[in-house]
Structures are given as C-alpha cells and as structure tokens.
Design a binder for this molecule. Structure first.
Ligand SMILES: [Zn+2]
Length: 472
C-alpha cells in the first residue's frame, strides 16, 4: 500500500486516497458516481439508523415514492425548475420507444410527493402530514468528489404539511436541531447553524436553514438543510384543505434532507496522517483485537481472545478479531489505523499470564495496560471518552480558525490563502454578497447573533452577522 499524502500539505489528495485505501468506496464506470464498499456502507448504515430513529421519534413515517417524475411536474413551480434544470437526468426512451412525456430521474421529490399530498389532504384533520423517504437521487455533477459531491447520492428527504405557518416553521427548526444533535453527539463534528441568504436558498423555498461544518483544511461543507417551503408548492400542486371554520386553505410545507455527504464530513473532519479516525458511536468496528501469535502458545492466545470477543459482543461493543496469520502484527496495526478503528487491543501469552492486555487509542496512540477482568466496563468508558475528545479536538480547530473581521480588505487575502471561518457584518444586499466571489468565497449562513456593526463591503449598517468561508 502507498503512503497517504501529507494531510497538512495536500488535503484533497489525502481525502481521495484514504477513501480508496481504507476501502470505503471505489470508482464507478459512470463519471461522478461512486461504488460505496461494505466498510463505507456500514458507516452510512450506522448514521442512517440513528437519524431514522429520531425521525420516527419526532412523529414522522417512512414511505417510498417513485424514482421517475413526469417532466411537467418540475415545471409547476417556477423557481424549482429553474434551480434544478442544469442538473437533471432525463429519460426520453423506454420499452424500446420514445416516451410521450420525458421522465426526470428525481433530483429531489417535492413535486412527486406534493402531487400525492394534494390527493391525500382534504381536511384539517389530515394535518399535519409528516412523511420521510430514504432514497437515491441524481443531480448531474460537474466537479465530483467522493461522498462530498456525487451525481447519484443517497439521502433521506422529509416532507411535511401543516395547517399554519407557525407550525411549519417550528417543524423546520425542530429538524434542523435534530441534525445538529446528530452532528455534535454522534459524528463528533461541531457545526454552525443558521439561515441561508436569499440567493443561496432552496429553489422554491421561503427560507432555508443549514448546518455547516469546517473541515481539516478550513473549507466549509454544507452538511444538510431544512426548508420552510410555505405555500408556493401547495399553490403549484393545488393542494387545499377545508379548515376548522369551513373555509378552504392551502397548507404550509417543509422539506429537509441529509445525505451520504455526512460520511464525507466524518472522513474530512477527523483523520490524520495514518488514515481515518472514526467516532466510536458510528464506527462499524469499535474495537479490534490483534492476537500476538507464537507457535507454542497459539491455541492458548486464540482461546483467550475468543472469550474477550464474546464478552464484548454480549455487552454491545462491535469487535473484530484479526487472527490472520499471513500478516505480521505491524501490518495489522497499520491497516486498522488506516481504517480508523477507535481502539486496538494486543494480546500475547505474556499478557495472559499477568491478567492484562495492551490497549492503544487510535486518537493519540496512547498505550495503556488494562486488567482483563474489568475490560468491558473499561472499554465502554474509553470509547465514550474518545468520542468526546474527538469533538473537543474539532472544537479547538474551529476556535483557532474563527476570526471576526470588519472589512473585506482585512480578510480577503487570508481567507483566499488559508480558508477558515470569518464572522462579518452584512447589510443583506446581494451586491455585497457577490463581492466574495472574487476569492471563491460565499456566505455560508446568517447567524442569529449580531456583534458587528457594519457591512463588510459597503459599510452600511449590518442587519446580521454572517459566516463567510470557501466551500466544497
Ligand atoms: Zn453591504
């Protein structure tokens, strides 16, 4: 295996290489698509399970809608079709002949789901309607990057309808909070939440809320979004209901989604020169046991590690015993460090005699001697502390690259050269936002707090603090 590129010097290449070397994903024959290999899929499935449980706990039901959408559906909402047109994949032929109406491979399912909502919602009693779908979608990608930007990606898309705007906004913000909880408490990624500018919001939405991560190289990543769609789609799809007072009203809609990009965010938030570092709560393998095998003690050591393996499994710790005797212990250490397994145990005959094993944390290579009689409890608390340390380490990284700035001239060179998080004031005029394009920057989100008095560009009074960065 080749050595990984230096993460501090060439992060994009490191990112690309670690994905292929750790067998998370492989190239697909169609440009812009990836094959997600079993190890990458296992990470995604762990994230999916956590999120799916929360989606259900907050009162949503899963459903499955078709992959193909009649092209005319997309045209019903003017901003929506304009926003997605350049990224659409369209099927014109099927069953050996040309179709009467071309079919779009879904880039997102608002139009399909709202078409159905219009038939399902009749009365205020049908509201709120809260549906989620796990699906793959296609948006033709010009600059693909594994997990972060792919032409086909996997995600969940939540779609809800409410009787009042207050309820719809509450739902939009509730699901944003669920995403922030997922990022902080499971992915160990600190995120900055806020509202997108009008120019950056979802096509057809009244407001888009986002949660943004800043990766190891200081670039921003939009991890997911939650939209208050209000009534534009309801009007476009003639979705009406009879209200309590007998009047006819249009419901207020929301949609919210998070994708396999979350896997990319984990890779690009925690790794180091040796490879991935996976947060224990989403790691497919939390603990790897490497038996140190010598001929005369082989049976004894294998019996011992099998007992350890059973104990871990019994108490809900996912464990792998690597007893492959064609590989040296050193080669195995290298491989499992590359794959980011949080904790490694090394067990030889001498350890068995003393009732201890050697544990090594992936996070800082710290070597510890652990008494085997207490190993399950010790491991539970060690995994918990690795999870927390990862989050704290990322928070420190944010603090070191977070700057407040008054004027464009004061930060433009630094941002262009080193990336990072810049908190500045903004007058909410699009012309000032556009200025950031000069350095390939953008407003990632508007914050609720307001500390800076003037717009970074025109010096007029600031209406909101914004976070500026350069994005993937
Ligand atoms: Zn301005």
């Amino acid at each position: 295996m080749n050595k990984l590129p230096d993460i501090a010097i060439n992060f994009p290449e490191w990112y690309q290489e670690v994905i292929f070397q750790a067998k998370l994903a492989d190239h697909a024959p169609v440009r812009g698509c990836i094959v997600i290999r079993p190890y990458g899929t296992a990470i995604w499935e762990n994230i999916k399970k956590i999120l799916d449980d929360r989606i259900k706990a907050t009162g949503h039901e899963n459903a499955i809608f078709p992959l193909f959408i009649p092209q005319s559906f997309l045209s019903k909402e003017a901003e929506h079709v304009e926003g997605f047109a350049p990224e659409l994949a369209v099927v014109t032929h099927a069953g050996g002949k040309e179709l009467e109406e071309p079919l779009v491979v879904r880039p997102t399912s608002e139009t399909m789901i709202h078409h159905m909502f219009a038939q399902w919602i009749r009365s205020w009693r049908d509201l709120p309607l809260k549906i989620n779908q796990w699906a793959n979608v296609v948006r033709w990608e010009k600059r693909p990057r594994a997990f972060l930007r792919t032409t086909e990606f996997f995600w969940q898309e939540g779609h809800t309808a409410h009787a009042t705007k207050e309820e719809a906004l509450e739902e939009t913000l509730l699901m944003l909070e669920e995403y922030v909880n997922l990022a902080h408490n499971y992915l160990a990624i600190p995120v900055i939440k806020g509202r997108k500018t009008k120019h950056e919001q979802f096509p057809g939405a009244e407001a888009t809320y986002t949660f943004e991560a800043f990766l190891i190289d200081g670039k921003a990543l939009q991890m997911g979004t939650s939209h208050l769609l209000s009534q534009s789609f309801a009007h476009a799809f003639d979705m009406k209901f009879q209200d309590k007072d007998g009047s006819v009203a249009y419901p207020y809609l929301t949609s919210w989604g998070a994708t396999t990009r979350l896997v990319g965010a984990v890779i690009a938030s925690h790794g180091d020169d040796r490879g991935l570092i996976l947060p224990p709560k989403i790691a497919p393998i939390q603990v790897v046991i490497i038996p140190i095998i010598k001929k005369d003690t082989k049976d004894q050591v294998l019996e011992y590690v099998t007992k350890m393996e059973q104990d871990f499994k019994k108490y809900g710790i996912s464990v792998k015993v690597d007893a492959d005797d064609t590989q040296s212990p050193g080669a195995k250490f290298y491989e499992w460090e590359l794959k980011g397994v949080p904790l490694r145990f090394e067990v030889g005959a001498r350890d068995i005699a003393s009732g201890t094993v050697i544990a090594v944390s992936r996070l800082n290579k710290e070597k510890m001697t652990v008494f085997v009689e207490n190993i399950v409890n010790w491991t539970h608390s060690k995994l918990e502390s690795i999870q927390q340390e990862l989050f704290i380490r990322a928070q420190k990284r944010y603090a070191a690259m977070w700057h407040k700035a008054d004027k464009f001239e004061d930060f433009k060179d630094a941002l262009e050269e080193n990336n990072g998080i810049y908190q500045v004031g903004w007058c909410q005029d699009h012309a000032c936002e556009v200025r950031l394009k000069e350095i390939a920057g953008s407003i990632r989100c508007m914050l609720e707090s307001k500390e800076l008095k003037n717009c970074f560009n025109c010096d007029k009074a600031s209406l909101a603090d914004v976070i500026v960065g350069r994005a993937y």
